[in-house]
Write a protein that binds this ligand. Sequence first.
Ligand SMILES: [Zn+2]
Length: 308
Amino acid sequence: MNMTREDIIKKFQDLNVWERGEERAPHKPLLVLYAIGKLLHGEDSLRYVDIEEDLRELLKEFGPWRPNYRPQDPFWRLRNVRNEEDKVWEIPNEYKIREGKRKNGKSTGDAIIGDLRQYGIGRFLKPIAEQLHNDFGLRFEIIGGLLGSHFPITYHEDILQTVGIELSFGIPNQPRDPNFRRKILEAYSHRCAICGFNVKLRDRPIALEAAHIKWRMAEGPDKEGNGIALCSLHHKLFDRGAFTLSDQLKIRVSEHVDKTSVGFEEWLKQFDGQEINFPPRKHIYYPNEDYTGWHLKEVFKGPHREKI
Ligand SMILES: [Zn+2]
């Protein structure tokens, strides 16, 4: 089967359409993103039973609120397309999996969960998997389309971290650790290291991010010592160089921040000169000075604000 890049892009474009008007339907896009992440880590066939919990977590964190979550639906339904030539996903032994029946005998369209757990193995069609794996530009376009069509930009990095996909140009082949975000947030007990922010929505932290101290573009790794849990605001202030961390983990605020601005006192000045208030639980997670040193040199905006 010969498929051009354009053919493949077109197949995925259908997933970018919101079929039910304003009602969000990010389930298939999240599965596709997850499966691309796995593919990049060398797993091209996914047993449903192995990924069920990961997929449920993705739906809970990034999908719309539901009383319960059904990761089986995208896994089973993604293989269903109107035209055979639009197919991207297959379940090779789908004949072993029964669908539920309504009272009138018609199929519900949903797989029986026990069958799916026992027999369900899903994968991209081989030529698609190969091109997704080998062609960064193609991948970029498809992933960008899925993210851009279903999620505001504030979700993008969190989703990419969670599924282990790198999307920046320049470091296309550097795989990312899909556990980085979870490990860093756990290490910091789901709090911002600077201000302790730990608002949760149901049981999920929100506006809390696993920041890289040394940027990935500068080959900062996805590992302990290069990650720090920061609230969205401190993440942005850190990435823009409004503050940095000294090698003793003291917070140092740039003297170029406008001291009369609203928020300066409570978000920056009150922490200046202090050690981080909410350090990680284990020593190996403490920010490593190789990375804080890079941040100080390359990102921090100017000399340290003079202490008054
Ligand atoms: Zn914070």
